[in-house]
Design a protein around this ligand. Structure first.
Ligand SMILES: O=P(O)(O)OC[C@H]1O[C@](O)(COP(=O)(O)O)[C@@H](O)[C@@H]1O
Ligand SMILES: [Mg+2]
Ligand SMILES: [Mg+2]
Length: 294
C-alpha cells in the first residue's frame, strides 16, 4: 500500500514542499485529540467577524507554530489571523489555510476538516497558481485528499499513524447531490431558478454545515456544493483565499469545476486575505448549469 511519503517522493515533489505537507498532515492526530477538551467558543472573533471556536484558535496556533519552527515557510494566511504571518523570507513556499473548517459541528460530533493551499512565492495569488492543495477530513476515518497539480489522491491515516493510499486519480462523476448555504428567503432569483432546476431533475439535498465534509461527498458521488450570493451578502460567506481556492483547485484536478456563478474562481487574483466570493463547486455539468442562467 503506497504511503503519503512514497506518493510525494514518486511525484518528485521538491524536498521542502514534501516536508511542509507532511508537517501539516501530521497535525491531524493532535487536532483530533484536542476536540474533546476544546468544545466551546473562545470568546473572540476572527477577521470575518465570526465567533472563534476554541478549536479554531487551537488548530491555528498549532499549525502556525510547527510551520514557524520548520523554517521552511515564507508566509501564512490563515482564516483565524487578521494579517499574513511573515516567516522565513528566504523560504520558497507560502501557505493559505482554514485550520478548522466547520468548527461549530465539533460539539455535535459531525465531520470537520483542515484546508491547506501551498504557493511558490506570496499568498495573494490566483487559485490556478497553487503548487499543491489538500484537506484533512476528521470523520470515521481521518483522510487526506491531495493534488500536486497532477490529479487527486486520497489517503487514510492508519492505526500506526501512517497515511496509506485509499484512491488515486480521483474523478468527480456527474451526480445529483446538492447542498446550498444561505437562507432560502435570502436566495437570489438566479439561485432559486438553479436549485429548482436541480431539484426537478432529482437533486438530493446533502448539506451538513461543513464545507470539507460536504465537498468530499461530492468528490465521491457527484453533485454540487453552493454557498451563493444572497440578498444580504452579494459575496456569499466562504473565503476565496483559504477555502474556495484550495477546494476549487482539487475539484478542477478531479475533472470537476468551481465557479462564482458566472466564471471560474481560480482565475481571480485576490486583493484581500479574507475576501469572500459566492461559490459553486462540484461536477462539471452542475457548474455549467449555474453559469448558463443569466
Ligand atoms: O452555517 P452556514 O451559514 O450554513 O455555513 C456553513 C458553512 O460555513 C462554514 O462552516 C465556514 O467555515 P468555518 O467553520 O471555517 O468558518 C463551512 O464549513 C460551511 O459549509
Ligand atoms: Mg471554513
Ligand atoms: Mg474555519
Amino acid at each position: 500500500m503506497k504511503t503519503l511519503q512514497e506518493y510525494l517522493s514518486a511525484s518528485h515533489a521538491p524536498e521542502d514542499l514534501g516536508k511542509i505537507i507532511m508537517l501539516i498532515a501530521d497535525q491531524a492526530g493532535p487536532i483530533r485529540s484536542a476536540f474533546i477538551s476544546n468544545q466551546n467558543y473562545a470568546g473572540s472573533t476572527n477577521s470575518s467577524g465570526e465567533d472563534q471556536a476554541e478549536m479554531d484558535t487551537w488548530a491555528d496556533a498549532r499549525i502556525t507554530s510547527v510551520l514557524q519552527k520548520s523554517g521552511l515557510v515564507r508566509a501564512v494566511a490563515s482564516e483565524e489571523q487578521e494579517d499574513i504571518v511573515q516567516m522565513s523570507s528566504s523560504a520558497k513556499y507560502s501557505i493559505v489555510m482554514d485550520p478548522l473548517d466547520g468548527s461549530s459541528l465539533i460539539k455535535v460530533n459531525l465531520s470537520v476538516g483542515t484546508i491547506v493551499g501551498i504557493y511558490e512565492g506570496d499568498v495573494l495569488q490566483a487559485g490556478n497558481q497553487l503548487r499543491a492543495a489538500f484537506y484533512m477530513l476528521y470523520g470515521p476515518m481521518t483522510t487526506l485528499t491531495i493534488s500536486l497539480g497532477n490529479g487527486v489522491s486520497i489517503f487514510a491515516l492508519n492505526a500506526e499513524g501512517t497515511y496509506i493510499l485509499l484512491k488515486e486519480n480521483v474523478k468527480i462523476p456527474e451526480g445529483t447531490l446538492c447542498g446550498s448555504g444561505g437562507l432560502r428567503p435570502e436566495w437570489t432569483e438566479k439561485h432559486i431558478r438553479y436549485m429548482n432546476e436541480i431539484e426537478c431533475e432529482g437533486g438530493k439535498n446533502r448539506y451538513s454545515g461543513s464545507f470539507v465534509a460536504d465537498f468530499h461527498q461530492i468528490l465521491e458521488y457527484g453533485g454540487v456544493y453552493a454557498y451563493p450570493a444572497t440578498k444580504k451578502s452579494a459575496s456569499g460567506k466562504l473565503r476565496l483565499v483559504f477555502e474556495i481556492n484550495p477546494i476549487g483547485f482539487l475539484a478542477d484536478q478531479a475533472g470537476g469545476a468551481v465557479s462564482n456563478g458566472e466564471c471560474s474562481t481560480l482565475d481571480i487574483v485576490p486583493t484581500k486575505v479574507h475576501q469572500r466570493t459566492p461559490v459553486y463547486v462540484g461536477s462539471k455539468g452542475m457548474i455549467a448549469k449555474i453559469e448558463a442562467i443569466r
